[in-house]
Design a protein around this ligand. Structure first.
Ligand SMILES: Cc1ncc(COP(=O)(O)O)c(C=O)c1O
Length: 647
């Protein structure tokens, strides 16, 4: 159920009102706020006064020749997230007098970008923060990047001989590479390859827990999960290891019930089940050292702190406390040593650190169009609507709306049959939207129930703000699985937003849109935004920030319509700089040529084809030779342009 917008009053409007309607302090995790100028600021180190105005970063990017869409990364947020997670586990371990240690690993698939991974590893170097991989490509990157012999390198996912061989390379280099068995025959392969190479592998087994999460990633757990060994298969695996005399190779038991687990009860139950497996396996004489609780630590995207898909009903401290306490208590009862705890949190580490800034460059409005003069000889449908409008004050608003809707439908039918002129149709539609607007205002201004059809009408009446970005490149999970992200203007937050809008991107695909927005109680169908014009004049560029996009979105996006990777600015705090920060890195997004190369086009060949056509046009006297030369040059230079619109 979508929630209807609330009327915003311009009297008493303040930045605090903006904080409330966009819920910035609820989802921002202390990293984002609004300053007195009405601009969004990032505060990469909560508690520190340094605030980076996002619009200033956009300006700095423009000076360096980088236009929007622009991904802004705050490297300090990444560091803070890693360290917060490690401290939360350490504190829980101390609080519950837990006997093991915490070892975090970063699942590469959540964001494989080198800058991100290097920052995570550097932030976690004192905590021996490791890496989790799920493919040969990820393993190749992780083996080279991770040099700390105390950090774990956990290999999940299905493995072929090549994967196993590469992982064992790490073992021979003295790294803690754990090959997690996802299927029984994988274990046989690992044993054979390790034996032939004379290496004793460090093994893990993924448990197929019966505990299931809820929400969009629930299928990662439960009996039908894609990965893991069920109890009978686990027994067989233990038997195989025993026969081999490799009991001590089994060092880790792994579980993962899905990403973004919204409910802490689910976390607790899954950990309890995994810990019970650990205890039983230990009692069978296998000296397992690590219990890996997987990923799943959720991000509160909508700030509602509820067990809802886009949220979480728990804090980081509650999460770490519950895991440590649950495992500790169960081990006491089962009389087994406390294992070292491993977690594979991805989303919770990287989501906050990046913001996508997109420019709104135009709006489609239902009530914008020609202004008509109405005479005495109007078509009966137009006359009917004029009368409805004239008597609207005294009439039932719902009846007036129904009459208007009826006229609009009739006009549509008559036009299709060829018995209504274009101008009459335009007049009917203009009057219909005018009446609808007044009816909506009436319901908005009164207390009490708003009929559902009026709520739907209100969404239909909203503007479409056209944004220079691609949902398929930058916000894939919104398109694919309806995931919600916090979105808000980056400036003018000291002004009341007077429009309600949905967002559309620049791909030629009607799915390239955002029509669902965060709300504390439900989902909103529109977003309150500022008008792009004043007195018929276009106001200065209007930017929206799409927040918490650092997890998965950065790396899963596709090239639909050949809109490629976006420009990036990496911001680092520096107390020695007057602004308190510096731009550590600027990365150019994909050019048109880059995108075409990805799709197997060759730049030289394309230019050659163009030249042939230009030469032909010159020969046929359609072009002057100088014009032709200029055209070819422009075409070739154009391939270096950013694939998004430039203003
Ligand atoms: C095995 C494994 N570990 C860790 C993760 C990361 O999960 P999250 O990003 O929710 O922490 C995933 C993602 O689904 C996963 O499949």
């Amino acid at each position: 159920m979508m929630r209807a917008p609330v009327k915003l009053e311009s009297d008493n409007w303040s930045v605090d009102e903006a904080r409330n309607i966009y819920h910035i302090s609820r989802w921002g995790g202390g990293y984002y706020d609004i300053n007195a100028r009405g601009h969004v600021v990032a505060k990469p180190l909560p508690g520190d006064d340094t605030a980076v105005e996002l619009s200033a970063v956009i300006e700095a990017a423009q000076k360096k020749g980088l236009s929007g869409p622009l991904l802004i990364r705050f490297q300090d947020i990444l560091r803070h997230r890693v360290q917060s997670l490690c401290r939360a586990f350490d504190e829980a371990i101390e609080r519950f007098e837990y006997g093991g240690q915490y070892h975090g690993v970063f699942p590469l698939k959540v964001n494989e970008l080198r800058e991100v991974v290097e920052e995570v590893l550097d932030a976690g170097k004192d905590d021996a923060f490791g890496i989790e991989v799920g493919s040969k490509s990820e393993l190749s990157a992780a083996l080279a990047l991770q040099s700390n012999p105390h950090s774990l390198l956990i290999c999940n996912g299905y493995k072929d001989a090549n994967f196993i061989h590469t992982a064992l390379m790490g073992t021979r280099l003295g790294k803690r590479v754990v090959l997690v068995v996802e299927k029984l025959d994988e274990l046989q392969n690992i044993i054979e390859i390790a034996r032939s190479e004379g290496v004793r592998p460090q093994l893990g087994i993924r448990l197929r827990l019966l505990s299931r999460s809820t929400g969009k990633w629930a299928d990662s757990g439960g009996e039908d999960a894609k990965f893991g060994l069920d109890t009978a298969q686990l027994m067989t695996a233990l038997e195989i290891l025993r026969e081999e005399g490799w009991e001590d190779c089994l060092q880790l038991l792994h579980s993962h019930i899905g990403s973004q687990v919204p409910d802490i009860q689910t976390v607790r139950k899954a950990v309890q089940e995994a810990a019970r497996f650990y205890a039983k396996v230990r009692q069978l004489g296998f000296p397992v050292e690590y219990l890996d609780v997987g990923g799943g630590l959720a991000v509160d995207y909508d700030g509602s702190r509820a067990a809802f898909d886009s949220s979480a009903n728990y804090s980081l401290r509650e999460y770490t406390d519950d895991i440590v306490q649950t495992i500790g208590e169960l081990c006491e009862v089962e009389n087994v040593p406390h294992p070292n705890i491993v977690s594979e949190s991805g989303r919770a580490i990287v989501a906050h650190h990046s913001v996508l800034a997109v420019q709104v460059f135009a709006a489609n409005s239902k009530t914008e169009g020609m202004q008509f003069e109405y005479g005495k000889q109007e078509h009966p449908l137009v006359q009917g609507l004029l009368e409805t409008l004239c008597h609207l004050e005294q009439s039932s608003k719902l009846t007036a709306y129904h009459n208007a809707l009826n006229c609009k439908d009739e006009a549509h039918n008559m036009f299709t049959l060829g018995v209504l002129e274009l101008e009459t149709k335009a007049k009917v539609e203009t009057l219909y939207w005018e009446i609808s607007k007044k009816v909506i205002e009436h319901f908005r201004n009164q207390e009490g129930h708003v009929p559902e059809e009026i709520e739907i009408l209100e969404d239909q009446m909203s503007d479409q703000y056209i944004c220079n970005f691609s949902v398929f490149q930058s916000l894939l999970d919104h398109w694919a699985i309806d995931q919600l992200f916090p979105i808000m203007p980056l400036q003018r937050l000291n002004e009341v937003p007077t429009r309600e809008a949905t967002l559309v991107d620049i791909t030629c695909d009607s799915d390239g849109a955002v029509r669902k927005f965060i709300d504390l109680e439900d989902v909103r169908g529109t977003l309150p935004l500022h008008s792009l014009e004043q007195d018929g004049r276009k106001l200065s560029p209007y930017y929206l920030g799409i927040f918490l996009v650092g997890a998965y979105q950065d790396v899963m996006g596709d090239l639909h319509n050949l809109f490629g990777r976006v420009n990036e600015m990496h911001v680092f705090l520096d107390p020695d700089k007057p602004s308190g920060y510096y731009i550590e890195q600027t990365l150019h997004g994909h050019s048109i040529g880059d995108n075409l190369t990805t799709m197997q086009y060759d730049r030289l060949e394309l230019a050659h084809h163009m030249k042939q056509q230009i030469d032909r046009a010159i020969k046929e006297n359609c072009l002057q030779p100088e014009e032709g030369a200029r055209m070819l040059q422009e075409y070739e230079h154009g391939l270096d342009n950013y694939s998004y619109l430039s203003f």
